[in-house]
Design a protein around this ligand. Sequence first.
Ligand code: ATP
Length: 593
Amino acid sequence: MKFSKLADYFEKLESETKRNELIQILSEVFVNSDANEIDKICYLIQGRVVPFFDSTEIGMAEKTVEQAIALAYVIDREKVAKLAEKTGDQGLAAQKLNSELKHAPGSAAFADAKVKNSDVSVSDVHEVLLKIAQTNGEGSVEKKISQFADILKKVNPAGAKHLVRVPLGLTRLGIGDPTVLDALSTAKVKDKSLRKNLEEAYNKTSDLGFVAKVFWEKGIKAIDQVELQVGKPMRPALAERLPDAEAVVKRMGDSFAVEPKFDGFRCQVHIDGDKIRIFSRNLEDFTNSFPDLVQGSKEEIEAKSVILEGEAIAYNPVTGEFLPFQETTKRRRKYGVAEAAEKMPLKLFCFDLLYLNGKDITKLSYEERRRKLKDIIRDDSVTVMEAIGKIAHSAGDLTTQFEEAITEGLEGVMIKKLDSPYQAGARNFNWIKFKRMIGGELSDTVDCVVLGYIFGTGKRTNFGVGGLLVGVYNDKEDTFESISRIGTGLTDDEWRKVKEMADKNKLDHKSARVNSLITPSVWVEPEIVLEIFADEITRSPLHTAGKKDDEPGYALRFPRLVSFRGSSKRAEDATTVKEIEQMYKAQFKHLKS
Ligand code: ATP
């Protein structure tokens, strides 16, 4: 496919406000793509050239992109900067400059720039972008600029706009991974029936391009055989909630594992001989941030190839005491790594083994996987430890272990079904999280996504934001449904921070993935995740979370901000509507007991 044709599709996708239409347009893109380019198209849809867990970056920021635009369209840099300011972003500026050249074929600039519209294919553009990403060392800035300028000349105006947005991370097509999977299925069989199969393959590899390519080249049978791969992070298995110990026993029967619930951050360790990679809960590559865990994994795990999961906690190297979560998260940094590792070393409490010596072992039972995990961790290890659980047989056992965990300062316990496989990306009752209850209030926070903001009045006019419209995730529909307006509970600094973040994600229309009856002053791309604590979940006709026909939706009572989730959670990792429904029901059980 020609890149300019893809860019024309991007224009349509960008202005679309209905999700079903997004799926139709995208499936048309896929119908018109071949197996050699479909993976690249998937990455470009996400505004990237490689899967998101791959840390390869194009390495061009605003200033260098500006220079490339100036070079391509033979115009002063200052003029590019002014135009970008006027139009809103450099992509729009490039689009305008490109179209002006196109419409003035006699002009000197046109002749000089040798604009050859619409010639290059998606694969050509992708190859150049990858090459730019791999250009390093002396003179690399100039090389990047000239390569980027060269390709900018060979695309149409829409192509210039979308191309410029890739290195700047400004691609805003509003398309989530499940929507891409729905579109892939629609492209092949005209409905969404294969989404589940595609999703399973995606959950095991987190690589949309890879899944699309396998599907295009080898069909659905090959998709069903996709297994975990060392080096590609799997989407983590997640836990359900239950209101009390009796409910757990009812679900789990008379034998289940109870593990301490460590309060650190989740890590996925991939080992292939000497090569070690560590991914976060959010599948970001954090290998370079955790040299102590890399070293520990090298020395203390005895196996050729491994994928294991654990929770990392920082400790005080002098006293040996574990540090609270707020301290531990300071290790998730890109700079000052060595110093932080010395001051706050990590221990990894491993709770699952998914891949061993060339084999995906997720289908084995929890008990078997744990036995293998125990076998590969050295007895004298000091960094990579086994998260030791106990078997419980009754509600009484569970309560005792839970209380012990709380006394030790832990957050609670994780309960695991003994005969369960590991299901990447699934949230089900194979795992149950059991956390401290705080009075009669909700025992858990809710991760909400900012959908828009409302202009402020009074003192807030200074910040330009007086309220936030937030929502939760409907993972079936790949949409965000409103659940609350937040107008209090943020400090002045937090209001400023949220406004700044929201403005980076500003949209001129509602995203096709947002479902809301309330129209905020400004819509934003659903990307910012906030951890919210509320007194209660109530029903409200104003909100769309869980709303069915005439029934009201769910809402948060007295919501207040606990934390900015930052990059630790993507919007699709926010609390789901299904979880909200369960939390709502659990409240009643709690009140009754
Ligand atoms: P979730 O990961 O379910 O979306 P969350 O990120 O808000 O939710 P919690 O609800 O507190 O986290 O609980 C799940 C998390 O607990 C896991 O993702 C993992 O990071 C952590 N955890 C700590 N100890 C364990 C353990 N023994 N087994 C599994 N997970 C554990």
